[in-house]
Design a protein around this ligand. Structure first.
Ligand SMILES: [Ca+2]
Ligand SMILES: [Ca+2]
Ligand SMILES: [Ca+2]
Length: 282
């Protein structure tokens, strides 16, 4: 008996089929058709699972952008595995880098995706940010809140009014505190979209062309942080993912159901193989 693991790495495949081939019989028995995270275009994935957090360092389990915990934050049971919990006090965040030259940011298209448990819904909430919005100077992007709406903001080069122009695209509905929500912002170079719990909640055609970045950002999770603002989430963030292309509605729905990568690079391979063996009756 031998095992075949088909890894759908960097292909537009929603489901990874793990098949066990039984030698001699030539019969393929699918034992785990679990929904997995889309990998095509994925450039960063911060799961906050406890085995990916060492001291103040939060591993990027897909890319090369490990993040640093700033402030006294807790790793707590989350939506999937563990999540990070923030208390809302200024100065805390999970920072990937404050040097935009070192940041691996999407340039033409993007998707920012995460699970959030928000305990207060502030006016200028930031879950993942790479932004400067200082008066008329408006560059970069963020996913966060405007009061009880989720909001995806983005600045592009074609819509630039001279010093950048951000569009804050808000969800159509308002939401309650203390619930898990799956929130996604996408930009394909022509349209911004925001999805909440798999449902398309808003579209804007104001922005077009490459993403318009400032010279410096606090590329971070858990706070609306720029040169003159620092508004920290009170709540939890989990399973934060960044793509360099716009996921489709179908792909957003897939990721809403996904419980991780096909083969977890952070060291759960043995667990996955154990499950395969168990399912195969071995
Ligand atoms: Ca997690
Ligand atoms: Ca500002
Ligand atoms: Ca402007």
């Amino acid at each position: 008996m031998f095992l075949f693991v088909m890894n759908a790495r960097r292909k537009r495949v929603a489901l990874s089929l793990v098949a066990v081939l039984i030698a001699g019989l030539g019969v393929a028995i699918p034992v785990a058709a679990q929904t997995v995270v889309i990998e095509d275009g994925l450039i960063g994935y911060w799961s906050f699972d406890k085995d990916t957090v060492k001291g103040k360092t939060v591993a990027d389990i897909w890319g090369n952008q490990d993040a640093e915990i700033i402030g006294d934050l807790q790793i707590v049971p989350g939506k999937f595995g563990e999540a990070v919990q923030l208390g809302g006090g200024a100065g805390a965040r999970i920072q990937i880098t404050d040097d935009i030259k070192k940041a691996e940011l999407p340039t033409e298209e993007m998707t920012v995706e995460l699970w959030v448990w928000d305990e207060q819904f502030i006016e200028w909430g930031g879950y993942m940010v790479a932004v400067q919005d200082n008066g008329a100077f408006e560059k970069g992007w963020l996913l966060g809140t405007r009061w009880k709406a989720f909001s995806f903001a983005l600045s592009s080069e074609d819509a630039d009014d001279g010093d950048g122009l951000l569009t804050y695209l808000n969800s159509g509905n308002s939401y309650d505190v203390n619930e898990w929500h799956h929130v996604v912002g996408t930009y394909d170079g022509k349209e911004m979209k925001i999805y909440v719990d798999g449902k398309l909640e808003g579209t804007s055609g104001v922005q077009s062309g490459p993403i318009n970045y400032p010279d410096r950002v606090f590329f971070s999770m858990g706070a609306y942080k720029d040169d003159n603002e620092d508004f920290v989430l009170k709540g939890m963030l989990d399973e934060v993912r960044l793509y360099d292309r716009a996921l489709s509605e179908k792909e957003v729905s897939n990721n809403l159901e996904a419980e991780g990568l096909a083969v977890d690079p952070a060291g759960k391979l043995s667990l996955t193989w154990g499950q395969i063996k168990a399912a195969a009756g071995r």
